[in-house]
Design a protein around this ligand. Structure first.
Ligand SMILES: [Ca+2]
Length: 251
């Protein structure tokens, strides 16, 4: 009898030592910020058309990641990420999609209208977010004079007169995207299976592609306040190039 009781204690001990693993089907998206095929470097010469440019700041928001799985849609409508080329790793830990096969991935390029301006349904003042929140005012991506977020800062120098330096007038560029109607979604068909283990999928961004068909020397600034601003079409042109600036997903 004593032996049997001991065996029971031992059995309970064994069971308690082997807890059921908690299923974790968290998907992360890693953004690789490139110029051409290589990682973007600040203060380094690149060609945009025939003009030599250097980048000094590249940051952008991603919002509302959404996954499709057959007829199911798994949406993270209140999730945000701020990518920054100055960081060595830009990985957006999105959330748990469940154990299933995913067949499509999409994300908003910018800050969606629910939180972009003070008119949004979930809007908070930028200074109300904790400093670790992507939408925090501490990230310096909030237009306080016209409340709303800068979706992307694309800043640098351009040798507009081709004399080998960046010292002449109008040889800096500063593209700040924003304004609700310019918001775009990046959609990709991409199939992968979640099987109770976290997974990171990756996507490359070639920042030079933002300037496809865009005359940067003639339009080095875009800081529109409204859709009626003279530089608003510059923002639309840049946003419309976003889909081709991002590549395909891979693991
Ligand atoms: Ca020059």
């Amino acid at each position: 009898m004593k032996k049997y009781a001991l065996f029971l204690v031992w059995a309970v001990f064994l069971v308690s030592c082997e807890p059921e693993p908690t299923p974790n089907n968290t998907v992360s998206i890693k953004f690789n910020i490139n110029a051409g095929a290589s990682a973007l470097l600040y203060d380094t010469d690149y060609l945009v058309g025939t003009d030599t440019v250097q980048f000094t700041e590249v940051k952008f928001y991603v919002s509302q990641p959404v996954f499709s799985s057959g007829a199911d849609v798994i949406a993270f409508n209140d999730s945000y990420f701020l990518a920054d080329a100055a960081q060595s790793n830009n990985t957006f830990v999105v959330g748990d999609v469940g154990k299933r096969t995913i067949d499509g991935v999409a994300f908003g390029f910018g800050v969606d209208s629910s939180r972009n301006t003070q008119n949004g349904s979930k809007a908070l003042q930028a200074f109300s977010y904790g400093v670790n929140h992507p939408l925090s005012a501490s990230n310096n991506m909030y237009w306080s004079w016209n409340p709303g977020y800068v979706w992307m800062k694309l800043e640098g120098r351009i040798d507009a007169n081709g004399d080998g330096d960046f010292l002449d007038v109008n040889e800096t560029f500063s593209i700040h995207t924003g304004i609700d109607p310019a918001y775009v979604f990046i959609n990709r068909t991409y199939i992968f299976t979640m099987n109770d283990a976290p997974k990171t999928i990756q996507i490359d961004l070639d920042v030079l592609q933002f300037f496809t068909g865009y005359n940067l020397a003639a339009n080095p600034f875009a800081h529109p306040l409204t859709t009626g601003s003279a530089d608003y079409p510059n923002v639309v042109a840049i946003q419309n190039n976003a889909n081709s600036a991002f590549g395909s997903f891979y693991e």
